[in-house]
Design a protein around this ligand. Structure first.
Ligand code: PLP
Length: 362
């Protein structure tokens, strides 16, 4: 829990609701009347099995996931999926499509090259990743086994304005930094995966939602613990799962439900980001490199036009308790991450600091 007057804008791991941290803390004393803590509870026990099944159902319910999709917990973080998606879903001679809209989709593409043919369907690199190309501009063809996208680019602050429709080509999405921040047309996707360190808390844990008919194509060399079908068949208990991480996800899904679910949190997220974008756009002191309709509601990336102001901005912000506002190391600039748990007080404090900073140095 942040000290009073300290606001955390980190891109991940990121801010969590104080009440969730309190509930998590209680589980460290004793869990489920077992006489020991959650951290000490065996994953093979009935209590943990029940928790895991319930958490899977919570994910399905939060996003209205149809029955022909499976929810899987995986380890290794979202980056591991850059390799595991082709190992599980791409036959060695098939071609995967990639849409490149920023740092993380470029990383997925670079890794994908190692496992087979990849085809760059569309890229906005030439314009500095300032927008998302419309599906009508993507070079899709029926030979593509699937098409990979990153709907929210954490480092560049670019977000798809809607779920694309690729027809029969399965769409695979790395939703790490927007997972559960908005309603999703699940049926447009073959698979969604997300590292949980943004909107859900724990690091190293990945939630994947995969259409069941896509299971069963894994290459023989795929490690069993990373085989989507094997994990499905064994209810994610092939090896020791991330027990505390899954518990934290369960608590965060309870909290999300208390907030009214994704339908309620989405407009709230939009409103918070608009507070900052409004200040950025007011005059020429700040700028945002992303065209307005593609700006992320999760990661507000911006800068000061005069680069000399940037370090001073960060130092003064930190002195005011506004923490972790530096941009991603590859993108530079400034970034305020506004995941589901970000408080209105934090956004108001940052907005007020930005306006004051501009008054003093503009
Ligand atoms: N994909 C996106 C969109 C991300 O934002 C990140 C991390 O910030 C990753 C992948 C990498 O996640 P991990 O560190 O869990 O491998």
């Amino acid at each position: 829990i942040c000290r009073e007057g300290v606001y955390n804008f980190a891109a991940g791991p990121a801010v969590l609701p104080p009440e969730v941290l309190e509930r998590a803390r209680a589980s460290l004393s004793e869990w489920q009347g077992l006489g020991y803590s959650l951290l000490e509870a065996p994953f093979t026990g009935d209590e943990f099995k029940t928790l895991m099944d319930a958490t899977r159902l919570q994910v399905k319910s939060a996003l209205a996931v149809p029955d022909n999709y499976q929810v899987i917990f995986l380890q290794g973080g979202a980056s591991a999926q850059f390799s595991l998606v082709p190992l599980n879903l791409l036959p060695p001679t098939a071609t995967a499509g990639y849409v490149e809209t920023g740092h993380w989709s470029a990383r997925a593409l670079a890794e994908g090259h190692r496992y087979g043919r990849s085809h760059l369907v569309a890229s906005t690199r030439g314009s500095g990743f300032d927008h998302v190309p419309a599906v009508s501009e993507w070079a899709l063809n029926n030979d593509l086994h699937y098409c990979h996208i990153t709907p929210n680019e954490t480092a560049n602050g670019v977000q798809f304005p809607e779920d694309p429709d690729c027809g029969d080509i399965p769409l695979i999405a790395d939703m790490t930094s927007e997972f559960l921040s908005r309603p999703v047309h699940i049926e447009r996707y073959g698979m969604i995966y997300a590292g949980t360190q943004k909107n859900l808390g724990p690091t190293g844990l990945v939630i994947a939602i995969i259409r069941k008919d896509l299971l069963g194509q894994a290459r023989p060399e795929t490690p069993t613990v990373f085989n989507y079908q094997a994990q499905t068949e064994r209810q994610n208990r092939i090896n020791t799962p991330l027990t505390f991480g899954i518990y934290l996800v369960h608590l965060m899904l309870d909290w999300l439900e208390e907030q009214g679910g994704v339908n309620a949190i989405h407009p709230h997220n939009i409103a918070q980001s608009q507070v900052l974008y409004r200040i950025i756009d007011e005059d020429d002191f700040f700028y945002c490199p992303v065209i307005p309709e593609y700006r992320s509601i999760m990661n507000v990336c911006f800068g000061t036009r005069d680069e000399n102001h940037q370090q001073r901005f960060l130092a003064e912000a930190e002195a005011m308790g506004l923490m972790n506002l530096a941009g991603h190391s590859h993108a530079g600039g400034l970034r305020a991450s506004l995941y589901n748990a970000q408080s209105d007080a934090a956004v108001a404090a940052l907005a007020s600091f930005m306006a004051d900073f501009r008054r003093r140095y503009g």
